[in-house]
Design a protein around this ligand. Structure first.
Ligand code: A2H
Length: 256
């Protein structure tokens, strides 16, 4: 980190139904009526959005609901909302309009619509290593191509009660083969996690190595297996898929 500006793609995951706890907490926040509310995830890999199976937040991370424009409310960290306000994404330059503050924990179990995903809806789930100081504090999960996302999902499948989640929020959400690679096949993250015998999201060092291996292989040798740019290389498809989601108002450029 700290090597200069990073360009992320902000992905808008529309809230379809709040969790029971979020519903209770947000009761009486009248400003939400008639608004589209989105959990906003920051990604470096927009071309992987076809493989989204869920969305992660940190249970202890503080989020806000921010009025972004007439129609949209974003859920992200205050830090990210402030950056967005200085990048021309708010109604008034530099002005943050926070409607409500809420921790990650009550957001768990919320149903959202993930753009380009084959799943009609996905759930908001807990991840231990979500940094409040990076991106929006919301991570969209692509277990086929991100070792962190894959191993966290495995943890949740193995120990739903420990993580306080309903098993139905993870069952049926298999990793989706979206990118073919010569070395690790079309489920690169699960393959590398198995090769390196990574057991849980607590194996930080191993995971960092796995992340590097999968990222390089996908970026330099990956071919899209699905979607609008099927057959193209990952390098070619990345900006095209980013622009496609921007054109449908499902994504935006976010720098930090
Ligand atoms: B990436 P960098 Cl498929 N805390 O998106 C922890 N991780 C975060 C985060 C936060 N607050 N905000 C974003 N991220 C994740 C997709 C993906 C990502 C794939 C493969 C690798 C990968 C799906 N998750 O990242 O430190 C987000 O996950 C590996 C580099 O700014 C984001 O992109 O380099 C990436 O980390 C940004 O990490």
């Amino acid at each position: 980190e700290g090597v200069g500006p990073q360009e992320y793609t902000g992905i808008k995951l529309r809230v379809l139904e709040w969790s029971e706890k979020a519903k209770a907490a947000l009761e009486g926040v009248g400003a939400l009526e008639g608004k589209n509310v989105f959990l906003v995830a920051a990604t470096l890999r927009p071309e992987t959005m076809y493989g989204q199976t869920n969305c992660y937040v940190g249970t202890e991370v503080k989020y806000g609901l921010f009025q972004i424009n007439e129609s949209d409310v974003f859920v992200c960290t205050y830090r990210a909302a402030r950056n967005m306000a200085f990048q021309g994404l708010s109604m008034e330059h530099g002005v943050v309009s926070q409607l409500f503050e809420i921790k990650g924990s009550p957001l768990i179990g919320t149903k959202v619509k993930a753009p380009l995903s084959k799943y009609k809806f996905v759930y908001v789930l807990p991840m231990e290593n979500v940094l409040p100081t990076k991106g929006t504090g919301v991570v969209t999960s692509v277990p086929s191509d991100s070792p962190d996302d894959y191993i966290t999902l495995q943890d949740l499948i193995k120990k739903p009660s420990y993580y306080n989640i309903d098993p139905s929020w993870v069952s049926g959400y298999e990793p989706v083969p979206i990118i073919d690679t010569p070395t690790f096949g079309d489920l690169a993250a699960p393959t590398v996690c198995k090769l390196k015998k990574i057991n849980s999201q607590k194996d930080r060092v191993q995971l960092a190595e796995a992340k590097e291996m999968v990222y390089k292989e996908g970026f330099y040798s990956g071919l899209m297996k699905v979607g609008d740019f099927k057959g193209k290389s990952v390098q070619e498809a990345k900006p095209l898929i980013k622009d496609l989601m921007i054109s449908t108002n499902e994504a935006f450029v976010y720098d930090e």
